[in-house]
Design a protein around this ligand. Structure first.
Ligand code: GGG
Length: 326
């Protein structure tokens, strides 16, 4: 069966790493049709619209989407795209790799980030000169849904501990509801869980990441804590993600457009290639997904490596080495 994959490189290094994922998907034993769409800062400059209707339709109609990176127009591109694919959960695994000089070499955890609300609901206003507000939306339904997804994910993947991140002692109404709903779900699962104030959790993750398996987070906390974890394992070039919905999904690296290195060809494609491995898993190509992960691991251990990991290879060199191993 042929699967249609929408490919949306987006901004900055998204243009450089997205073709790497396509090369890898073309190298595995699976049948894909790739359809490319435009989105991002340059498209907005040229057309006035960061996410053209045709690109939305591509993502809506495809079996899955590969997205590269969003820049200044992130709120107009990646948030609506997640909505187009009906994604309520953002899965962000953070693990250290043998042979890499990581701050915390025993890291192996997964953030399950609520993907639709919190402070990313986009409700902002200027209510007076010099006074702006933002409305944080937390609903019982979305909180329950992300917690159910997180606990099921932990069970399915053999993880032993779940942590519910929150700040309910300050955001009493919103995170109070998130925590209450997530705990009710936790109580119905046969799995150990605890709850953690997200600020203290940030410190514990830096000092003892090996104590954590699955961390269920409200939207902004998931975005920030996963970047923090990227710092523990070797940087943002290593963290993939899946935006999962009921019937569709979008896969993207956790990193953004990295304007400081965009155009130089030296962006680390590993996060994007590992996102393609998550896409393979999602479409039931488990063996091919495992082979891609193994190939990436091998290249991370033996090189070539991009400059963020201390090497001097290009994104193309790394991609070619992964494809060779496949
Ligand atoms: N590929 C991820 C990306 O483009 N990140 C930029 C960004 O600002 N993302 C916000 C988010 O992940 O919610």
């Amino acid at each position: 069966m042929t699967h249609e994959i929408a490919v949306i490189p987006g901004d900055g290094i998204g243009q450089e790493v997205t073709p790497a994922a396509v090369d890898v998907l073309e190298a595995v034993d699976a049948d894909f049709d790739f359809v490319e769409g435009d989105a991002g800062d340059a498209v907005k400059e040229a057309t006035g619209e960061a996410l053209p209707a045709e690109t939305r339709e591509l993502a809506a109609d495809a079996d899955a989407t590969l997205f590269g990176a969003a820049g200044e127009t992130a709120a107009d591109v990646i948030l609506p795209l997640r909505d187009v694919v009906g994604s309520f959960a953002n899965v962000r695994p953070a693990r250290s790799y043998p042979g890499l000089d990581a701050v915390q070499p025993d890291t192996d955890l997964v953030f399950i980030r609520e993907n639709t609300e919190g402070v990313y609901a986009g409700i902002e206003a200027e209510i007076d000169d010099g006074v702006r507000t933002l409305t944080r939306v937390i609903t019982e339904d979305a909180s329950r849904e992300i917690a159910e997804f997180g606990f099921r994910y932990a069970k399915r993947n053999g993880f032993e501990n779940v942590t519910i991140a929150h700040k309910a002692n300050v955001m009493r109404e919103t995170d109070g509801l998130f925590l209450e709903a997530a705990q009710a779900v936790g109580d119905s699962f046969d799995i150990d869980y605890d709850t953690a104030l997200m600020d203290a959790l940030a410190m514990h993750l830096v000092m003892r990441p090996e104590e954590y398996d699955v961390v269920i987070c409200p939207n902004l906390a998931g975005d920030m804590l996963s970047d923090l974890a990227a710092g523990l394992v070797g940087g943002l070039g290593l963290l993939p993600s899946a935006n999962v919905g009921e019937d569709n999904a979008l896969f993207e690296p956790v990193h953004g457009s990295a304007p400081d290195i965009a155009g130089q060809g030296v962006a680390n494609p590993s996060a994007m290639i590992l996102s393609a491995a998550m896409l393979l898993d999602h479409l039931d190509y488990a063996d091919e997904a495992a082979a891609v992960r193994e190939a990436v691991e091998g290249v991370l251990a033996d090189g070539p490596r991009t400059p963020d990991l201390g090497g001097d290879a290009s994104a193309d060199d790394v991609t070619a080495a992964v494809v060779d191993r496949l």
